[in-house]
Ligand binder design. Sequence first.
Ligand code: SF4
Length: 333
Amino acid sequence: MDFGLLHRTLTDLGQPAYRARQVWRWTAQGAAGFGDMTNLPRALRDALAQRVPFSSLTVDRQARSRDGTVKALFHTHDGRAVEAVLMVYDDGRRSLCLSSQSGCPLTCSFCATGQMRFGRNLTADEILDQALHFRRGAGEGSGPQPVDHAVFMGMGEPMMNLEAVLAACERLPDLGISHRRTAISTVGWIPGIERLRDTPMPIRLALSLHAADEALRSELMPVNDRHPLSDVLAACRSYYERKRRRVFVEYVMLAGVNDSHVQADQLAEVLDRRMFKVNLIPYNPTGSPFRASSRKAIDAFKAQLERRGLDVTVRLTRGRDIDAACGQLAARA
Ligand code: SF4
């Protein structure tokens, strides 16, 4: 919802300031529209329904995977594509993957979003509306549904639009997603890491690392020329020292590119085991020339990191049957 428009409309209608808080409480709890807000006078509900669109995003497509993952493709008022995903886990977690930009100005070679044209930064309202869509249970068809975790790992580099991302994060606890259960993922945009370090919100930092060797990393992620890994890791260390929260390292496993024994050793060499936890990600092919590492290669890479004392997990693959990798749905559309 465009909260600026909501405030202006309530002022025009001569309403007291607490009305905006009432509307927000209902919205955050998954109300389907103004009509549900029974502690607002009926005439006011009708006036708001006519003047304030309930979401700043329009749903274009929605797909539900056999594993429960739901992926939505939206567009903004100016026609920009936005994707968001709900992942439902066996332990009951209901985690959202949110986008911060339409398209992405960075051009990581293995990423579907990176191959799209960059649109623009999303507003805080457009970011929040992705989460509210799933809080309303859209895609599941049974009224409001809980959501409890969020990661900014969808389209875009969140640190390049951090003020809007943080403004959205301030409101996520009202939907049921605490700051401790929110993570912002970056390819290593140092000014953003420093800004996140300095916010009072205990939001987790995740670093998309993908290669410990600077030359290979620059090939996979050209941003590495601007912010080399050694400087990025120093920024991550300063985040850890301030927040006392481990940084999650995301490492996408690309067959024959970054999955060898030697490369596991290189990775172990640059990561301090107290500060970093590694998450190995089986690659979800996106029509790029890259192939996914075999399960055997992933297990061997994991075992080598563990021998070197690192805490390592392998991410569960979700939603493969519905193109749930970052940018895949929008790229196809
Ligand atoms: S991986 Fe992230 S930063 Fe890189 S191109 Fe894709 S969306 Fe952008």
